[in-house]
Design a protein around this ligand. Structure first.
Ligand SMILES: [Zn+2]
Ligand SMILES: [Zn+2]
Length: 376
């Protein structure tokens, strides 16, 4: 049996059950004993006809579940363990079965274990930890529906609940300033995670309290370090969804340092246009770079008449968008080429006033023509 340290079991950046070290001496004895503990024959006695051959042609052995009588033969052979020990072990097995998950040393149980239930599928939530990149001694815990965890979101889309949030809401429900494990164990039978923002507390005394909560998982987890790690990952693994073009992962913003993303919009005419922009909420003060313009500029920089994807991929390492006026092409041969560009704004839509002025003018033109025709 190998004993894993807690650190080995949780890979950085990945979710996993956080194990605690086993109390070896006790548990090892139990395991070594494992193969003996269900077998009465080690006590020197034997239970006969525990299995039987159902059909003499197939010779298939079946477990006797009362179809045939069983015979208990005592002192048939020397005992390996005495009957008293054997019976104690059977009692221990029963006790551990009763305790369920709490009897398993390898599962790090907390006061929430077996108490958090999925409102969708009814199973218990399990705890997952993620070591923080900044401080590997810190583990960020969330509770997840086991159906969702084992299968996928399509199997159960129950909400994950960060442990800190559980503690906070429990304290509120119990009317405490600070979370208290003991009081939770004493008073609360189960907590059902319901919908997007509800936790339903079932008390042992029969009371049921529904408490709203708001997930802070994204905020808690989405640290600048996590952002940077995600960005590195995204560069190595371009998204499979969405259109991958020769520009994907090659255009960076000089201000926020992030990859520009391709946005597609449809004009009134039905024509589709593509713009390369910073991720939303990054206030980088440069406008979107239109893809056609980017192609024209690229062709210009590469000295070719018409933009060619193969040439672009072959020659250009990346492009930095410095501002609304400047792009820098970093070529694979190590040279940098700065290029001016001008963001072209399309004609803004006509204002109501302008439309009225225009129709009035057109009316005058029409009247003039009409009058001229009548007069002539
Ligand atoms: Zn579920
Ligand atoms: Zn930016």
């Amino acid at each position: 049996m190998t004993i894993s340290s807690p650190r080995q079991n949780v890979t950085r950046g990945g979710w996993g059950r956080v194990f605690r070290p086993h109390p070896i001496s006790l548990e090892r004895k139990w395991r070594v004993f494992g193969c003996l503990k269900h077998q009465e024959r080690y006590t020197g006695n034997i239970l006969l006809q525990k299995t039987y051959v159902e059909n003499h042609i197939t010779q298939k052995s079946k477990i006797n579940r009362g179809e045939l009588p069983m015979y208990y033969a005592e002192n048939t052979h020397p005992a390996i363990i005495d009957l008293e020990t054997f019976e104690k072990v059977q009692a221990e097995i029963a006790r551990r079965r009763e305790m369920g998950v709490f009897a398993n040393w390898s599962i790090n149980t907390t006061c929430f274990t077996s108490k958090i239930k999925c409102g969708n599928c009814g199973v218990s939530y399990r705890r997952s930890g993620k070591r923080q990149q900044t401080d590997s001694n810190q583990v960020y815990y969330i509770w997840t529906c086991q159906t969702k965890d084992r299968n996928s979101v399509s199997a159960c889309n129950a909400k994950n609940v960060p442990e800190k949030m559980l503690q906070k809401v429990c304290a509120q429900v119990l009317g405490l300033g600070e979370f208290d494990e003991g009081l939770l164990l004493e008073q609360i039978d189960k907590i059902v995670v319901n919908g997007q923002d509800k936790l339903i507390f079932h008390f042992y005394d029969g009371r049921v309290i529904t408490q709203h909560w708001e997930s802070t998982a994204r905020k808690d987890w989405w640290t600048p370090q996590a952002r940077a790690a995600k960005s590195v990952y995204s560069k190595k693994n371009p998204r499979s969804s969405g259109t991958i073009t020769c520009f994907t992962g090659k255009i960076y913003c000089g201000k926020c340092g992030q990859n520009l993303r391709r946005n597609t919009s449809t004009r009134v005419s039905g024509e589709k246009t593509h713009h390369w922009r910073c991720p939303p909420r990054n206030d980088c003060a440069h406008n979107g770079l239109e893809e056609n313009l980017l192609k024209t500029i690229s062709a210009d920089v590469l000295g070719i008449n018409e933009f060619d994807e193969a040439v672009f991929v072959d020659k250009v390492d990346r492009i930095t968008v410095v501002s609304n006026e400047q792009l820098i092409f970093h070529l694979k041969d190590g040279s940098d080429v700065a290029h001016q560009w001008q963001f072209k704004r399309r004609q803004p839509a006509w204002s109501e006033e302008r439309k009225q002025r225009h129709s009035k003018k057109m009316l005058e033109v029409w009247r003039d023509k009409h009058e001229q025709r009548e007069n002539s």
